[in-house]
Ligand binder design. Structure first.
Ligand code: AMP
Ligand code: DBH
Length: 548
């Protein structure tokens, strides 16, 4: 029994209530293929896969993965753009009980290596190249450094020496033993609040529950056409209701390579997209572009906005500009997801971030001493429930000690996840997100831990200390501002040198600080810690002064 499993009494309760049904994702796809054989499941450019084809391809790949030596429980780092193969591959891995580890397309060598190392991954699956990043070459370098990585597979483009092309892997389908529904199905990533991204273990049972309920809440059916506009590996387009919810309902997924209005609107018009989910900056660009677009967006019924706070001003613009209903989504890869409901009054849709999926989601809003705050006042959100994890995934033994220590802080003794979000509960049980207590910056839905950026800056020989805070930004909501104290007596590095330095370390673009302020001293708190509150106030005032 892994230490992150739910205690028996909770597991029994969730099964008895019918939340956990014992079905796996592999079984779900087989059932849908039997039901909807000739319906189109996935559209990716000219490629259209029916449910039967998707199921067959997943079976061929599952057999091929076993032939290549993958076994139940193996971790496989997957970094792919929004392409049809993503869906086949994850179902193939689900079928054999190997765990996809969902890297994001924005990740670069440093994050990928960390993810592979932390998970003890045996395989990496990438495209040859995307967004100018030589992903297959990076995987080859990582495999050379990490002996555990025995297999490299390349989905599109030149596979290069030592890697297999995906099509070479396909084998004749055969019956294969699958995982149990209570097994971990995959590892999802979280922005986290310390060091590097955290690994989130989700089981078939718990995730499928959230997917089923999300499909119901979003009224998906066989007529649904869902545009995967955000990176497909992210929890939002995967499960809220995301592509998994759409497959659950027998609908159609359309892969969108980039969320710019030209690309997305052309696909919405051509494929008759009915629903999609985006982050607030994308919604803002769409709302601006839609009224003068030559594309017919009339099929779009629901635009979901989540990942970062949707301002009331933006929320108001969505309906009129796009001719679609807004749905706010406040979720986290760790579990809890909140939706405004499709029939909610405007008051709730515009002003709240929705209410939880499940009656079994337990929410507490607390003060810094973990005491419940008075009803209706803001506090830190703690949550526990049938699809919220009880701990981050930790490698066995000594290697997992750091994660276990982090778990002891991030989860209460009775198993509540400390979301780090500041919320207020309305009398009807809706959440309004009012801020954050965690040391994380949310760049329009892309989350990064302050400490992750600080560590990169501290690697520079002329940097004595670094403190990263959020600064307000009209487009992304927030950007990152790094305050840096140089080592005395040496030539202080400039902001642009430090940004170039962090970039040169092979990191995701969102890890490079947007702004660097080189200062002699940091403001201190009463106990002598760096006062990030003062730093945030300083940069906010400075930006305001220079804007006026
Ligand atoms: P992660 O844990 O990396 O999956 O990121 C989840 C976090 O994103 C949440 O804890 C919030 O901080 C933030 N978030 C997601 N959706 C929203 C939203 N609709 N409004 C405000 N913050 C959000
Ligand atoms: O930001 C998120 O992580 C998120 C947002 C909306 C999420 O995980 C989700 C919906 O499921």
């Amino acid at each position: 029994m892994p230490e992150t499993a739910w205690p028996d009494e909770f597991a029994e309760r969730y099964r008895a209530a019918g939340y956990w049904t014992g079905e796996t994702f592999g079984e779900l796809l087989a059932a849908r293929a039997a039901e909807h054989a000739e319906r189109v499941a996935v559209v990716d450019g000219d490629l259209r896969l029916t449910y039967r084809e998707l199921d067959e391809r997943a079976n061929e790949l599952a057999a091929g993965f076993v032939d290549a030596g993958l076994v139940r429980g193996d971790r496989v780092v997957l970094q792919l753009p929004n392409i049809a193969e993503f869906v086949e591959i994850v179902f193939a891995l689900f079928r054999i009980g190997a765990l996809p580890v969902y890297a994001l397309p924005a990740h670069r060598r440093t994050e990928l290596r960390h993810i592979a190392e932390q998970t003890g991954a045996v395989a990496m699956i990438t495209v040859a190249e995307h967004d100018g990043f030589a992903a297959a070459a990076a995987a080859a370098e990582i495999a050379a450094e990490l002996p555990a990585v025995r297999l490299r597979m390349v989905v599109r483009g030149e596979s290069g020496p030592g890697a297999m092309a995906l099509h070479e892997l396909r084998a004749r389908p055969r019956p294969l033993p699958g995982p149990a529904a209570s097994d971990v199905a995959f590892l999802q990533l979280s922005g986290g609040t310390t060091g590097l991204p955290k690994l989130i273990p989700r089981t078939h049972d718990d995730y499928l529950y959230s997917v089923r309920e999300s499909a119901r809440i979003c009224a998906l059916d066989t007529g649904t056409v869902y545009l995967v506009a955000l990176p497909v590996a992210h929890n939002f387009p995967m499960s809220s209701p995301g592509f998994l919810g759409v497959l659950y309902a027998g609908g159609r997924i359309v892969m969108c390579p980039r969320p710019d209005p030209d690309t997305a609107f052309a696909l919405i018009a051509a494929e008759g997209v009915t629903i999609t989910g985006v982050v607030p900056p994308v919604a803002a660009v769409w709302a601006q572009a839609a009224p003068s677009s030559r594309h017919d967006l009339s099929s779009l019924d629901v635009l979901q906005v989540g990942g970062a706070k949707c301002s009331v001003e933006l929320a108001r613009r969505i309906g009129p500009a796009l001719g679609a209903r807004l749905q706010q989504v406040f979720g986290m890869a760790e579990g809890l997801v909140n939706y405004t409901r499709l029939d909610d009054p405007d008051e709730l849709v515009l002003h709240t971030q929705g209410r939880p999926i499940s009656a079994a989601d337990e929410l507490r809003v607390v003060d810094p001493a973990d005491r419940d705050v008075p009803a209706g006042t803001a506090g830190a959100l703690l949550t526990r429930g049938p699809y919220t994890i009880r701990g981050y995934w930790a490698p066995e033994g000594e290697a997992g000690a750091g994660v276990r220590a982090h778990n002891a802080e991030t989860f209460t003794v009775d198993g509540f996840y400390r979301t780090g979000d500041l919320v207020r509960l309305t009398p009807d049980g809706y959440l309004v997100v009012s801020g954050r207590v965690k040391e994380q910056i949310n760049r329009g839905g892309e989350k990064v831990a302050a400490e992750e950026i600080e560590n990169h800056l501290l690697a520079h020989p002329a940097v004595l200390d670094a403190a990263v805070v959020a600064m307000p930004d009209t487009y992304l909501g927030e950007r990152t501002c790094a305050y840096v104290r140089p080592v005395p007596g040496v030539e202080p590095p400039t902001g642009s040198q430090l940004r170039a330095f962090v970039r040169s370390r092979g990191v995701a673009a969102f890890v490079v600080p947007d702004r660097v302020q080189v200062v002699a001293e940091f403001p201190a708190t009463g106990v002598g810690k760096v006062s990030k509150r003062e730093l945030r106030a300083a940069i906010t005032a400075q930006l305001r002064a220079s804007a006026s």
